[in-house]
Design a protein around this ligand. Structure first.
Ligand code: TRP
Length: 366
């Protein structure tokens, strides 16, 4: 048997610009995976059709963010010569595949999907749940399997989606014979990166809360946002002992700072741990910590900003990158779809044996 290719697939809903939470939670890792040389193919896509499932009256928002997210992808170092960057809606094979997967999943199984459950509660659709929204885990299984992905790097909130996908694969292969590949989830490694809190200390960065630092923020915007960041409300004087738990500045330092950077930018300390010890003992002020965090964020974000500026100067070329990516992705999905049609016995016209067999059967009748 041929050794299985290692294929990565992952994506984002284009509903807003990407922020540093996305960066530490997924983008940074994607770039490492891309450059590791360990994968045969890498597909990164914008799930615009999925974004429309709860933005159906807001297509302009999705349209605007498709280019923003593409720029975010390119600016963090996703390289179109190594990764196929594409847009979900441009791959009609995904709809076709979803249509057949719908028969392999029960309504009650979808109702039990924990991610769908919480999202339904959060959204509280006024006119009832759109069928497309309710079934998006099925469409997501199509996204993954159409490209025979073996590895899906996503956050832990996506675990139920992957489980549902794996069930569909097993059921399909059981009924129709080995056709689809069961994907593995690849979770973020660093606990501080699982979910970066907002600058206000709230659990999550979110556009509606206005507590995000965007990859596309200017240096001034970043500095301003760090200045007003939530720290330790009991740390009133520099000499007071400080607390690290729930202290957003230190959570961000955990996610971004290397000991080398700490030692270089704040020569009083050799490592982040030494700095933390001083903060907990008392005697280290928030302003100093924030200055360090600002400097470290700028070191991370500056090359990203520069790359973004370069791509922003030639937007038609960015659309061209996406168009070419869609072409490559579509060819891959079409190949899988051929195999699926064959397995499901709906490949009438390419099956010469079928035509001859039917001809014989009817000939013997007459
Ligand atoms: N649901 C994912 C999110 O909200 C986006 C997504 C759609 C996705 N299809 C996917 C992620 C397939 C990984 C694989 O972030």
């Amino acid at each position: 048997m041929e050794t299985k290719e290692k294929i990565i697939l992952t994506g984002d809903r284009p509903t807003g610009r990407l922020h540093i939470g996305h960066y530490v939670g997924s983008l940074r890792r994607r770039v490492e995976l891309q450059n590791s040389g360990l994968y045969d193919k890498i597909f990164i896509f914008e799930a615009d059709a999925q974004a429309l499932t709860d933005n159906i009256e807001n297509p302009e928002k999705v349209r605007q963010n498709v280019i923003e997210v593409a720029l975010d992808y390119l600016s963090v170092g996703l390289d179109p010569s190594k990764s196929t960057l594409f847009i979900q809606s441009q791959i009609p094979e995904l709809c076709e595949l979803s249509f057949y997967y719908m028969d392999l999943v029960s309504v009650s199984r979808l109702q039990r999907n924990p991610t769908v459950k919480t999202e339904l509660q959060m959204r509280n659709f006024s006119g009832g749940t759109p069928v497309g929204f309710f079934t998006y885990p099925i469409s997501q299984a199509a996204d993954i399997t159409a490209f025979k992905a073996t590895t899906v790097p996503v956050g832990e909130d996506q675990e139920p989606m992957l489980e549902q996908c794996r069930e569909i694969v097993r059921r399909f292969n059981f009924i129709y014979g080995d056709t689809l590949v069961e994907p593995e989830i690849l979770l973020p490694e660093n606990a501080a990166c699982l979910r970066l809190p907002g600058t206000d200390g709230k659990a999550k960065m979110s556009k509606s809360l206005g507590n995000c630092i965007y990859l596309s923020d200017t240096a001034d915007e970043v500095a301003k946002k760090v200045k007003t960041m939530y720290t330790d409300p009991t740390h009133l004087q520099v000499s007071d002992p400080g607390h690290l738990e729930g202290n957003t500045v230190f959570t961000y330092l955990d996610a971004f700072a290397t000991d080398e950077q700490v030692a270089r930018l704040l020569p009083d300390y050799q490592s982040l741990q030494e700095m933390k010890d001083h903060y907990t003992r008392g005697g280290l002020g928030d302003v100093k910590c924030k200055k360090l965090l600002t400097a470290i964020l700028q070191e991370t974000l500056e090359p990203i900003r520069q790359r973004r500026a370069m791509y922003e100067r030639d937007i038609p070329a960015v659309y061209e990158i996406l168009r070419k990516g869609c072409e490559v992705a579509r060819a891959a999905a079409a190949e899988t779809m051929d195999e699926v049609r064959r397995a499901m016995k709906i490949n009438y016209f390419e099956d010469q044996a079928l035509i001859e067999e039917q001809a014989r059967r009817f000939a013997s009748k007459n």
